[in-house]
Write a protein that binds this ligand. Structure first.
Ligand SMILES: NC(=O)c1ccc[n+]([C@@H]2O[C@H](COP(=O)([O-])OP(=O)(O)OC[C@H]3O[C@@H](n4cnc5c(N)ncnc54)[C@H](O)[C@@H]3O)[C@@H](O)[C@H]2O)c1
Length: 386
């Protein structure tokens, strides 16, 4: 059977996420594997057109990856009947305007998180997409990470007993970019400017929302303390700028069922843990520590019984009491979600759980996190009425 083509307008693909995770490791990887297999045996083949402002950059990117179609005029691309999906991974602040344009053109939408910088904008997008009857999806990649899939399986098997708490530790040192110190920054400078949609609270609380909601229980309340630990950085041109956004967040959450979660998120921390994100889950019957890929568990029977005594060297090797779960064959997390979305657009699954309403919940938590910090108090997370 001949493959069924699906045209995708890809915007923001010269950026870090757009290029690596979405273009190369998702859409081009799906093309390389011969498309997405549908239930009726047809293969759905994505056909991307790359759109960007700078013709030299976008032409070079298309040539490097053997993508035939590229352009610089988004308005024109949106008018084309040949492409039914619009994808965006440009910087956050631009997203609502771009998605609105795509909705007006009747395109289905898929985009990076956060969908916007305010809950009002995120809800407005959800309502507009619903009214236009276009399909929509928002990236919630962490749900498909091997480490998080292992946690979900442990939860479903009842390994934890009653889940008590979740400790999330995320972050690494992002270099300031000072040319004199010769360590260029590894993240874009807009991340550190509030006026450009930056800040770790907006960036990471979106992720923690869907992770917590899906794995451990809906987030019902939070308390968040942000910080701008490093007040000045250097941009892509080597020019010094003032960091106006938060670069660390210390947030506690109360979940449905009274599970307590606490996440430290930081671009100003040095790593002494197995992975850039680790989650420790403690339950009455057992605990697990998962990263992006790996997961170690400790059962009730394997739990050591330490006694507090600072006067002798610690006799227990605490690292030895954990068993590593075997590696499983899993796909790239972004690609896994893309495949589900493409199936949804092809009409295979009527509903798609990870759409603009879920995206709005992430923005809601980030917005409340910023408010909690400012007001120095715990805040409830109201249920969003769709
Ligand atoms: N899912 C995740 O884990 C994850 C991780 C990092 C970033 N993100 C999100 O992905 C998005 C992009 O982040 P990034 O780190 O790739 O940023 P980036 O700065 O590397 O890329 C931004 C892209 O937007 C384009 N762009 C910027 N201004 C533009 C304009 N005025 N008009 C048209 N295009 C413009 C740039 O050319 C580039 O292609 C952000 O919304 C960010 O929150 C998600």
């Amino acid at each position: 059977m001949a493959p069924k083509r699906i045209g995708i307008i890809m915007h923001g693909v010269t950026g870090r996420m757009g290029m690596n995770q979405h273009l190369v490791r998702s859409i081009l990887a799906i093309r390389r594997q011969g498309g997405v297999a549908l239930k009726d045996g047809t293969r759905l083949m994505p056909d991307p057109v790359l759109i960007g402002r700078n013709p030299d950059k976008i032409r070079a990117l298309a040539a490097e990856h053997g993508v035939a179609r590229w352009g610089t005029d988004l308005g024109q691309a949106l008018q084309s009947e040949a492409d039914s999906v619009f994808f965006d991974a440009a910087s956050t602040q631009l997203r609502p305007g771009l998605l609105k344009q795509a909705i007006a053109a009747g395109k289905h939408l898929y985009c990076e998180k956060p969908v916007s910088t305010t809950l009002a904008e995120a809800m407005d997008l959800y309502q507009a997409a619903k009214k236009a009857k276009v399909k929509h999806g928002v990236v919630q990649d962490k749900l498909w990470l091997p480490g998080m899939l292992k946690l979900a399986k442990l939860r479903d098997q009842g390994f934890f007993g009653r889940i008590l708490s979740v400790r999330g530790e995320f972050g690494y040192w992002v270099f300031e970019g000072d040319p004199a110190r010769n360590r260029p920054a590894q993240r874009p400078s807009w991340n550190y400017r509030k006026q450009d949609g930056g800040g770790i609270i907006l960036d990471m609380l979106c992720h923690w929302r869907y992770l917590l909601d899906n794995l451990f229980g809906e987030v019902e309340a939070l308390s968040c303390l942000g910080a701008t630990h490093i007040p000045q950085r250097w941009d892509e041109a080597g020019k010094r700028y003032r960091a106006t956004a938060d670069d660390a967040a210390y947030a506690s959450f109360r979940l449905k069922g009274n599970v307590i979660a606490h996440f430290n998120s930081s671009w100003t921390v040095r790593v002494r843990r197995d992975e850039l994100l680790t989650l420790q889950v403690d339950g009455t019957e057992g605990s697990a520590v998962a990263g992006l890929r790996g997961c170690r568990i400790q059962s009730y029977a394997d739990t050591p019984k330490p006694v507090w005594n600072p006067d002798i060297p610690q006799p227990i090797d605490f690292y030895a009491g954990w068993k590593e779960l075997p590696e499983e064959d899993t796909d790239n997390a972004f690609k896994a979600q893309w495949e589900l979305f493409l199936r949804h657009v092809a009409g295979e699954s009527k509903t798609f759980r990870w759409g603009l309403l879920e995206g709005a919940k992430g923005v809601q938590l980030a917005e409340l996190g910023l408010k909690s910090w400012k007001q120095r108090k715990w805040l409830d997370v109201p249920k969003i009425k769709p």
